[in-house]
Structure formats: structure tokens, C-alpha cells
Design a protein around this ligand. Structure first.
Ligand code: MLT
Length: 208
């Protein structure tokens, strides 16, 4: 007998009130939880179903989606393991709630795990909005993102993510065939009103 070890996450599910919109997978930043981005999700894609998991890694009590050795220095083996675990969770949640492939909306650490997921398990997501993302993987797999839509929102004054690093991530997605829109905003690491407006307009243009 095989015992299935389901990679369970603590998460929130908000059912759709507008079935035409693709579901959102909300991925919070360091120290956030499954509740954090729900208001953002509802603002940028009103009526969309939401699945919002809590990162399982604790850094001084703060939830994250993978281990890091220092700020901006990642445990790459853990990134790969956790991205795959999240990919399995998405498949499970889709089945449980009858959902189409979601568009990830990730902020900071959540954007980084979404970026890893896109490159490692492209079939898990229909697209992604990556707010303050950086290169998450040491070895970039030969992924085929076949015109998957990706919006990257980078802060020109972000003290954590050099603009060149975000550019490198955009180039990795483009090399894999994604349809990337990359905006560099006059912002730091924190979320701004411009991020919200651009994410909302981009999602509306995707039919989401
Ligand atoms: C990360 O660890 O993913 C990035 O440094 C962003 C952060 O969470 O501060």
C-alpha cells in the first residue's frame, strides 16, 4: 500500500462570484500569511476565485515560501523543493475546488517562489503578476513558457533587488518563450498604488 503524503498548506479559498475571471493564487511576502493579500486580490480582480496559501518556512517566526541564507541569498535546493511542493498543492486545490489554472500574484518572497514555479512547473500557472521579484534559481531549467503572460513590477529604488537582477529574470522568462511585460516604477520594495493600478489593468487585459 502506498501512503500519499499530501503537501498540505494552510490556505484560504474564496469562491468566484465572476466565473469568467481566472482564479488567482496569492503569494505573500516574508512575515505575511494567507490573509494578507486577499484585499489586494479582490481589488485587482474583483469576483475572481482566490487561493491563498501560507508559506511553510519560518524565519524567526515569519512565514516564507523557501529558506534563505541572508537577504537576497537563497537556499537554492530549498527553492526547488518548495516550488515543487507548491505546484503539487495547486493541483490538489484545483481539484478540490474545481478551478482552472490560476494566475499567481506574488509579492517579494511570494513573487520569487512564483517565478521559480513558472520556470520549474510552467503547467501549474496560467500566468503571473510578480511584484518585486528577483532571480530565484541557480540553474535555470529549459522551461517552455509558450506565450504565458507575465507582468513584472520592479522598484527602481528597491534596496533589496538590484534592477539588473530583475532584468535578468525577465530575460530568463523571455528566453523560455513567455510574453513578458516588465515595468520599472519609481518605487522602493513596498507595494504602491501604481502597482495596484498596473496589476488591475493587466489582469483585465488577460480576461482576468
Ligand atoms: C526573498 O527572500 O525572497 C527576498 O529577499 C525578498 C524578501 O522576502 O525580503
Amino acid at each position: 500500500m502506498t501512503v500519499a503524503t499530501a503537501p498540505t498548506f494552510t490556505y484560504r479559498h474564496v469562491p468566484a462570484t465572476d466565473a469568467a475571471r481566472p482564479p488567482l493564487l496569492l503569494l505573500h511576502g516574508t512575515g505575511g500569511d494567507e490573509n494578507d493579500l486577499i484585499p489586494l486580490g479582490q481589488m485587482i480582480a474583483p469576483g475572481a476565485a482566490i487561493v491563498s496559501p501560507r508559506g511553510k518556512v519560518l524565519e524567526n517566526g515569519m512565514p516564507r515560501f523557501f529558506r534563505r541564507l541572508a537577504e537576497g541569498v537563497f537556499d537554492h535546493a530549498d527553492v526547488v523543493r518548495r516550488a515543487n511542493e507548491l505546484g503539487d498543492f495547486i493541483a490538489e486545490a484545483r481539484e478540490r475546488h474545481g478551478l482552472a489554472a490560476p494566475i499567481a500574484v506574488g509579492f517579494s518572497n511570494g513573487a520569487n517562489i512564483a517565478a521559480a514555479l513558472l520556470l520549474l512547473r510552467p503547467e501549474a500557472l496560467a500566468g503571473a503578476v510578480l511584484i518585486r521579484a528577483m532571480v530565484p534559481l541557480a540553474d535555470v531549467p529549459k522551461a517552455s513558457l509558450s506565450a504565458k503572460p507575465v507582468l513584472m513590477l520592479t522598484g527602481a529604488m528597491d534596496p533589496i533587488i538590484p534592477e539588473a537582477n530583475a532584468m535578468q529574470l525577465a530575460a530568463q522568462f523571455e528566453a523560455a518563450g513567455a510574453r513578458v511585460e516588465h515595468e520599472v516604477l519609481p518605487a522602493g520594495h513596498n507595494l504602491t498604488q501604481t502597482d495596484i493600478r498596473l496589476a488591475r489593468d493587466w489582469l483585465a487585459a488577460q480576461g482576468g
